[in-house]
Design a binder for this molecule. Structure first.
Ligand code: OGA
Ligand code: MN
Length: 208
C-alpha cells in the first residue's frame, strides 16, 4: 500500500491540532479498500454504538452508520493496519506523541445517515489521543453531501471536509467537536484512534 510523504503535514498537526491530507492513500489502495467494503455481507457489519464497554449503547438518533472493526486476520484489513502502524511510528518519531497502538473500523453511512456533533474522547477519561478518518469514496461530488464538519472551540466551523477517496483527516480526539452530515450516496470510511497505553497490573487496556 502506497502513502504520500507526510512529514510537512505533521507541522500543521502540531500547529493546529488537526490536518487534512488529500491524497494520503494512492488511488489503487483506496479502490482496493472500497471494493473490499462493497463486497462485505450484511452480517459482516454491526450497528455502531456510543461509549465504551460498560456504557455501550446504540442510539440511532445520534449516529446511523454501520461499522466493522478491522483485524489482522483478513489481508485487506491487515494491509491498512500496517500502513497506520507506520504512520503511528512516524508520528512518535517526529512529534514524540508516545502513541501505543491503533484501532479502527470501517464505517458505512447509507444515504441520509448522519453522526451528530460529538467528541471522540472526554478529557482524562479515555486513551484515545489522535483520531484518523480515511475516506474511500471515488468521484464524490460537493452535492453528494456527507461532509465531515470540524468545529472550533468557539462553535464556528473550522473545516468542512468532502469524503473523497484517499483523503486522510487527523485530529486530537479530545479537542474537536465534529459531525457527519447526511449524504446522497453510500459513504465509506475507516475511522480509527491512536491510543495511549492505560494498562493496569499487566493487563492491556481492552480496546473500544
Ligand atoms: C467517527 C466520526 C467522521 C467521518 O466515526 O467518530 O466522527 O467523517 N467519523 O466519518
Ligand atoms: Mn467522531
Amino acid at each position: 500500500m502506497q502513502t504520500t510523504q507526510l512529514t510537512p503535514q505533521l507541522d500543521h498537526l502540531v500547529q493546529h491540532g488537526y490536518v487534512i491530507v488529500p491524497n494520503f492513500l494512492g488511488a489503487d489502495s483506496s479502490a482496493q479498500l472500497y471494493h473490499y467494503a462493497q463486497q462485505l455481507a450484511h452480517h459482516d457489519w454491526q450497528q455502531a454504538g456510543i461509549g465504551r464497554a460498560d456504557q455501550y449503547t446504540t442510539n440511532t438518533t445520534v449516529r446511523q452508520d454501520k461499522i466493522r472493526w478491522l483485524s489482522r486476520d483478513y489481508n485487506a484489513e491487515a494491509s491498512y493496519l500496517a500502513v497506520m502502524d507506520e504512520l503511528r511510528l512516524l508520528i512518535n518519531y517526529e512529534l514524540f506523541m508516545g502513541l501505543f497502538d491503533y484501532e479502527c473500523h470501517l464505517a458505512h453511512y447509507p444515504p441520509g445517515a448522519f453522526y451528530r456533533k460529538h467528541v471522540d474522547a472526554f478529557k482524562g477519561r479515555s486513551n484515545r489521543i489522535l483520531t484518523s478518518v480515511l475516506y474511500l469514496n471515488p468521484d464524490w461530488q460537493a452535492n453528494d453531501g456527507g461532509e465531515l464538519v470540524i468545529y472550533a472551540s468557539d462553535g464556528s466551523v473550522l473545516e468542512t471536509v468532502l469524503p473523497e477517496a484517499g483523503k486522510l483527516v487527523l485530529f486530537l480526539s479530545e479537542k474537536f467537536v465534529h459531525e457527519v452530515l447526511p449524504g446522497q450516496r453510500d459513504r465509506f470510511s475507516i475511522t480509527g484512534w491512536f491510543r495511549h497505553n492505560n494498562s493496569i497490573g499487566g493487563v492491556i487496556d481492552p480496546s473500544r
